[in-house]
Design a protein around this ligand. Structure first.
Ligand code: P6P
Length: 324
C-alpha cells in the first residue's frame, strides 16, 4: 500500500503542494480522532454561537475549524484561509503561496446521530503581485483550483483527492497514515440513483419539478427506467457515493429565499466537489452553467448544484433549456 506523500511525489506533483496536502491531512487526522471519541470527548452537541450562514454551530464545527486554521496558518506556505465558519478570510505568512478554502465539517447536523460527515477543501494560488490581505484574493473561478478534495469520516476515514490529474482515494490506517486504496476513480456515465431533498419540491423551478416527476414515473415515464433515491444530508457522503458507483446529486435553487441561488456555498462546497467530479469524468452544473466557470463575488456566495454521472446531469440540464 502506497503512502499519500509517496504517491504524490511519484506522480511528480509540485513538492510545495505535496507539503500543503500533508499539512491538511495532519488537521483531518486530529478531526477524525475527535469524532471517533464522540460523547466520550464531550465534543457533541451545539455551541452557543451562530456562524455567518446564520447556522447554530456544533461544538465540533468550532473545534474542526480551529484545528484547520491553526495547522494551516502555522505553515509558511499558506498565505490565508477562508472557512465556512469564519466571517472573513484569516491570514498567515504574507509571503505564503497558497490560499485554502474549507468547510471544516460538512453535514454537521449528522454528528449527534453518528452519521457520516466530512472536511471539504480547495487549494488556490495567491495571484501574482497581490500584497494586500483581503477576501478578494480568494475570488477566483473553480478552474483556478490547484487541488481539491474531502476527507469523509465514515465507518472508515477516506481522502478523495485531485491535483488536476484524475481522482485517487486514500484510507486512513490505524497507523495514522493515508494509504492509496483506489486509483484513477471514474464516475459511471449513466445512473439509476438520484439524491435531492424532496421536502423542498413545492419550492423548485418548474423544470426541476418536471425532471424529478419524470424520474419518479420510472419505466412508465419518458426516462424509461426505474430510479432509486438517497438523501444523507451530508454532501461529502453523497459525492463519495457518486464517485464510487455513480448517481446524481442536486441542491437546486428554490423559492424559499429567491435572492439566493441555492443553499450550498461555491468556494468550499461547489467548486472543490465540481473539480473532483469533473476530474473523474462527471459533470457539475448550476443547471444553467458549468459551476467551475462562475466568477465569485464573495467568499460565502451560494450556488445551485447538480453533479454526477455525465448522461444524467446532461438530461437534467436539458430540462432547463426547454421553453416553459
Ligand atoms: P438539508 C449540510 O448542511 C449541507 O450543507 C450539505 O452537506 C447537504 O447536502 C445539505 O446541506 C443538506 O441540506 O436542507 O437537506 O438539511
Amino acid at each position: 500500500m502506497q503512502l499519500l506523500s509517496n504517491f504524490l511525489k511519484h506522480k511528480k506533483i509540485d513538492t510545495e503542494l505535496v507539503e500543503l496536502i500533508d499539512t491538511l491531512m495532519l488537521a483531518c487526522k486530529e478531526i477524525a480522532l475527535q469524532l471517533r471519541e464522540g460523547e466520550l470527548a464531550g465534543v457533541l452537541g451545539i455551541s452557543d454561537n451562530t456562524n455567518i450562514q446564520g447556522e447554530t454551530q456544533k461544538k465540533l464545527d468550532i473545534i474542526s475549524n480551529e484545528i484547520l486554521k491553526k495547522v494551516l496558518l502555522d505553515n509558511p506556505l499558506v498565505r490565508g484561509v477562508a472557512s465556512e465558519e469564519e466571517d472573513h478570510a484569516v491570514f498567515g505568512n504574507p509571503e505564503g503561496r497558497f490560499l485554502v478554502t474549507f468547510d471544516p465539517l460538512d453535514g454537521s447536523s449528522n454528528i449527534d446521530i453518528n452519521v457520516s460527515v466530512g472536511t471539504i477543501f480547495s487549494v488556490l494560488e495567491v495571484p501574482a503581485g497581490e500584497h494586500e490581505d483581503s477576501d478578494s484574493l480568494f475570488l477566483q473561478p473553480g478552474t483556478q483550483q490547484l487541488a481539491a478534495g474531502y476527507v469523509l469520516y465514515g465507518p472508515h476515514a477516506v481522502l478523495s483527492l485531485t491535483t488536476g490529474d484524475g481522482v485517487n482515494m486514500f484510507t486512513l490506517a490505524h497507523t495514522g497514515d493515508f494509504l492509496l486504496t483506489q486509483e484513477d476513480v471514474t464516475v459511471p456515465e449513466t445512473t439509476a440513483e438520484f439524491a435531492i431533498n424532496m421536502s423542498n419540491q413545492r419550492f423548485w423551478e418548474p423544470a426541476m419539478r418536471n425532471y424529478i416527476d419524470d424520474l419518479l414515473a420510472g419505466t412508465e415515464g419518458p426516462r424509461a427506467q426505474n430510479y432509486n433515491m438517497r438523501w444523507i444530508a451530508s454532501m461529502v457522503a453523497e459525492v463519495h457515493r457518486i464517485l464510487t458507483r455513480g448517481g446524481l446529486f442536486t441542491y437546486p435553487w428554490d423559492s424559499r429565499d429567491p435572492k439566493k441561488p441555492g443553499k450550498l456555498r461555491l468556494m468550499y462546497e461547489g467548486n472543490p466537489m465540481s473539480m473532483l467530479i469533473e476530474q473523474a469524468g462527471g459533470v457539475s452544473s448550476t443547471c444553467y452553467q458549468r459551476i467551475m466557470e462562475i466568477q465569485p463575488e464573495h467568499i460565502h456566495q451560494r450556488v445551485s448544484v447538480a453533479l454526477g454521472s455525465r448522461e444524467e446531469v446532461k438530461a437534467l440540464v436539458e430540462y432547463h433549456q426547454k421553453p416553459e
